[in-house]
Design a protein around this ligand. Structure first.
Ligand SMILES: Cc1cc2nc3c(=O)[nH]c(=O)nc-3n(C[C@H](O)[C@H](O)[C@H](O)COP(=O)(O)O)c2cc1C
Length: 191
């Protein structure tokens, strides 16, 4: 069983990029041995970071709750809109609370934008962040351009390009997460 956490880093009024996350949730739920948990930051009260969770005596309850979900996850997908050429501040602030919960894990990147580039700048930033926490960024990303025209309110894809992009991402992620989490120690030192 693979425990997958999908973190949604958009809480904006009228937000759109959460739709990509809920669409992917449906696709991952088609696998009987993948257990998907959504961490939608709209449901978590996350104060501006004063100190990391591991160094705080009285952490905010919602951060503690998220920590337990992330701790149990074997793999993570980060979903972010592109704001001012980068990652959403809400997602960055949230991730800064953690380390042990998110390190050494396979992590997929999904970004969205209102224009034609699909948040490519944010996606590069997030891959760098994943390296900085000692985790493994999947090279293949899912970029969603024109996000407001890509999904309906029931989280169905509105065009073939979106559906195909998601399918390719899901299939690659399943392989990537499986490869990293089931790594066998094939090598032993010669006596
Ligand atoms: C503060 C802010 C900054 C933005 N900056 C960019 C940007 O740099 N590049 C881009 O392609 N779109 C930018 N946009 C457009 C967003 O990508 C678009 O609104 C998209 O729907 C964002 O996802 P969201 O709806 O989940 O917030 C920006 C939007 C906001 C609110």
């Amino acid at each position: 069983m693979l425990n997958l956490a999908i973190i949604i880093g958009s809480v904006r009024t009228g937000r759109q990029s959460h739709k990509a996350a809920y669409y992917l949730e449906k696709k991952f739920k088609e696998f009987k041995d993948i257990n998907v948990k959504i961490v939608d930051l709209i449901n978590y009260e996350v104060p501006i970071l004063e100190e990391r969770l591991s160094r705080t005596e009285n952490p905010p309850a919602s951060v503690k709750e998220a920590s337990e979900i992330l701790d149990k996850s074997d793999a993570i997908i980060l979903v972010s809109p592109e704001y001012h050429g980068g990652i959403s501040g809400v997602l960055k602030n949230f991730l800064d609370y953690f380390l042990k919960e998110i390190t050494k894990k396979p992590i997929g990147v999904v970004t969205a934008s209102g224009g034609k580039f699909g948040g490519i700048n944010a996606s590069h930033e997030i891959q760098k962040l994943i390296l900085a926490i000692g985790s493994y960024p999947m090279p293949k990303k899912f970029l969603v351009p024109f996000v407001h025209q890509s999904f309906d309110n029931e989280y169905n894809a509105l065009n073939e390009e979106t559906a195909k992009g998601a399918e390719a991402f899901v299939s690659e992620f399943v392989w990537f997460a499986n490869t990293i989490t089931n790594g066998k120690n094939l090598f032993t030192k010669a006596a």
